[in-house]
Design a protein around this ligand. Structure first.
Ligand SMILES: C[S@@+](CC[C@H](N)C(=O)[O-])C[C@H]1O[C@@H](n2cnc3c(N)ncnc32)[C@H](O)[C@@H]1O
Length: 231
C-alpha cells in the first residue's frame, strides 16, 4: 500500500521564489515604477529598518510607513524589528504586488506576526493624504526613474506626514548615474541627474547618515534623514 501523502506546505523558500518570479515579471512590464531587477536583500532591509530598531524613546510604540513595499522583501525585515504596539502602513501602487502582500500577511511566517498591526494600501503613497502621521518612513520608491517634480512632491509629502523628530530612510542603487552617462539617452541621464539633485537638497538640509550596502543586487546606498523638532 502506498504511504499516505503529506499535504503540500508552502515553505519560506517557495514563497521567496514566487515573489522573485512575480517581481521580475512586473519589472519587465512596468520598469519605470518598479525600478529594480530583484527584491531587496535582507542586508538592505536591515539597514533601512535602522530607526525601527534604534528608538529615541524605547517605551513608545512607533507608527511606520513603508512606501513601495513591493512583494514585502523589506517589510519582512521591518517586521522582525517591530515591537508590541507598533503599527505599519504598507503602501504599494502596483495591484499585483499589493494583492500578493495582503495574501502574505496571513500566510508568510515572517509577516503573519504583524498581521494585526499592518495595513496594505494599494495606492500611490501621496494618495495616503494628510490625515496620517509617522515616526519612521522607509521609502523603497525608485526615485532614479522619476522626474524631479515627482521626487519633490513625494519628499514634501514625506516631510508633511513625518512627525517632528521622525526619521526617513530611502535608498537607490550605486553607479546608476555613471552607467547612464555611458549608455542612456542624454535626456534620461539629465532627468536622473535632476531628480538626484532634489534628493541631495533634502539630504543637505536633513541628512543624519548614509550607508552603502554591497550585499544587494545591485549594490545600494541609503540616506537617513530626520525632520527637525522645530521647522
Ligand atoms: C524598487 S521597488 C522596491 C520593492 C520592495 N520594497 C523591495 O525593496 O524589494 C519599488 C516599488 O515601489 C512601487 N511604487 C512606485 N511608485 C510608487 C508610488 N508613487 N507609491 C507607492 N508605490 C510605488 C513599485 O510598484 C515597486 O513595487
Amino acid at each position: 500500500m502506498a504511504a499516505p501523502q503529506k499535504p503540500l506546505q508552502s515553505t519560506g523558500i517557495d514563497s521567496r521564489l514566487r515573489d522573485a518570479g512575480l517581481f521580475v515579471r512586473q519589472a519587465v512590464r512596468t520598469f519605470r515604477a518598479t525600478g529594480a531587477v530583484a527584491p531587496s536583500s535582507r542586508a538592505l532591509g536591515h539597514a533601512l529598518a535602522r530607526f525601527v530598531d534604534e528608538r529615541e524613546d524605547p517605551t513608545a510604540p512607533l507608527t511606520i510607513l513603508e512606501a513601495g513595499a513591493g512583494t514585502g522583501a523589506v517589510s519582512r525585515v521591518i517586521a522582525q524589528h517591530m515591537r508590541a504596539g507598533d503599527t505599519i502602513d504598507l503602501v504599494e501602487s502596483n495591484p499585483e504586488f499589493a494583492g500578493r502582500l495582503a495574501e502574505q500577511l496571513t500566510s508568510d511566517p515572517d509577516l503573519s506576526g504583524i498581521a494585526d498591526s499592518a495595513t496594505v494600501h494599494q495606492k500611490l503613497v501621496t494618495d495616503m493624504g494628510p490625515d496620517v502621521s509617522y515616526d519612521v518612513i522607509i521609502s523603497g520608491l525608485p526615485f532614479a526613474n522619476f522626474t524631479a517634480e515627482e521626487v519633490r512632491e513625494i519628499m514634501e509629502y514625506y516631510f508633511s506626514v513625518l512627525r517632528p523628530g521622525g526619521r526617513l530612510s530611502l535608498f537607490g542603487y550605486l553607479y546608476t548615474k555613471q552607467v547612464k552617462a555611458v549608455i542612456a539617452p542624454r535626456e534620461d541621464f539629465l532627468r536622473q541627474a535632476r531628480s538626484g539633485w532634489v534628493v541631495e537638497e533634502w539630504v543637505n538640509r536633513y541628512g543624519v547618515g548614509t550607508e552603502r550596502v554591497l550585499a544587494n543586487l545591485p549594490p545600494a546606498w541609503i540616506q537617513h534623514l530626520r525632520r527637525p523638532t522645530e521647522d
